[in-house]
Design a protein around this ligand. Sequence first.
Ligand code: BES
Ligand code: MN
Ligand code: MN
Length: 462
Amino acid sequence: MQNIQEYIAQNKERFIDELFELLKIPSISADSAFSQDVINTAEAVRLSLMEAGCDIVEICETDGYPIVYGEKTIDKNLPTVLVYGHYDVQPPDPLDLWDSPPFEPTIKKIPQHPDGAIFARGACDDKGQFYMHVKAVEFMIKTNQLPCNVKFMIEGEEEVGSKSLSAFVADNQEKLANGIILISDTGMIANDVPSITTGLRGLSYVEVEVTGPNRDLHSGLYGGAVANPINVLTKMIASLHDENNHITIPGFYDKVEELTNEERVEMAKAPFNLEDYQKALEIESVYGEKGYTTNERNSIRPTLDVNGIWGGYIGEGAKTVIASKAYAKISMRLVPHQDWKEITRLFTEHFESITPKGVKVKVTPHHGGQGYVTPIDTVGYRAASKAYETAFGKKPIPQRSGGSIPIVSLFEKELGSKTILMGFGLDSDAIHSPNEHFGIWNYLKGIETIPYFYQYFTEMSS
Ligand code: BES
Ligand code: MN
Ligand code: MN
């Protein structure tokens, strides 16, 4: 019987070409100008699942973008793996910072990826990563080695909050029933340091608007005499952290789980070089909450960050003006036990309460979700760990990530299943940034690792 390494060696050009076709479609869910492209991508995903050998493939219409569903049943008495991924991507701007156009995939060799990396929006997040599953399942079906049942659920609204998917999951519990959920939409430490993501942070995303006078004013005639919304907004934002970079919103930390010393010691064992980290970002020093390490700050601690801020005159030259309004988009990354709706409420109450005289403040919640932690004493985790050991020749390190995939906690609530996060990207792959890329080695290694997971999970489940 053919093994996965041989299959990859014989098909790798095709695997790369097929991914290129998917990457060429600008499936930007946030921008309605691209809605037809998002829909076309769903169709391309449908075809890919058919070609991989699924026996049922459906486009499930929603109030938003379609969910592509596929399944291959071997035997109802065997376990079922549910693969989740997303075919939508983040907007590519700022466009002028891309070295090659975001929707014209290009292979380039860079130090982190000496075998070459595919540069395109969505290469790593998440087209390249969910497509590894399509190809791994293709291998198992075509060579009669699929040891259990598989279901696919690939959505098109992850980057905008997975609104339609929440309802779809709640309404289709039977259809989606599974023994384990498998997702590749995270990263690992390094190509020679495999890791499995065991935690995701929650998220609360809000937009704030500060309104001063009813119109823009001459900054000489009125400056100093009326509240300037931009001055006020920046002051309000600055007050959200204290001198130790703790967040000042009352009640914000109430439910935060403190790790035990042992857990922190365990975490600190993961390979990490602060100098390399700073060098890669061209910063002289890291920055963050007092009392915590960099890896703690970006995974087990909650944060508050401004993601965008605007108002007033930003065109060429100078214009003397006091704007009527100022705005900011603010994200709060949350840790397990913090409830995102409660945090949104605490933020809103606090932000309103610190509004100075002379302006009005409006807080609009966007979206959010709960964090997630995967236990490592389960069949799913053990099977994943063994799969990495087989493919990489090294035991993977469990590591919590700072990113969010809010739907994962909902899967547990609605479907009662645990999720295994087998990510093959690197933090340096520039997801959401210009020049996003995915290593070809990583892409092929993912395709190689996944079938081992199916094998071990099925063996360990019986
Ligand atoms: N795939 C990412 C999340 C991610 C990346 C988790 C790397 C861990 C490691 C996902 O597509 C994403 O970007 N999520 C958003 C939240 C979403 C609600 C827009 C995020 O984390 O900002
Ligand atoms: Mn993603
Ligand atoms: Mn993303």
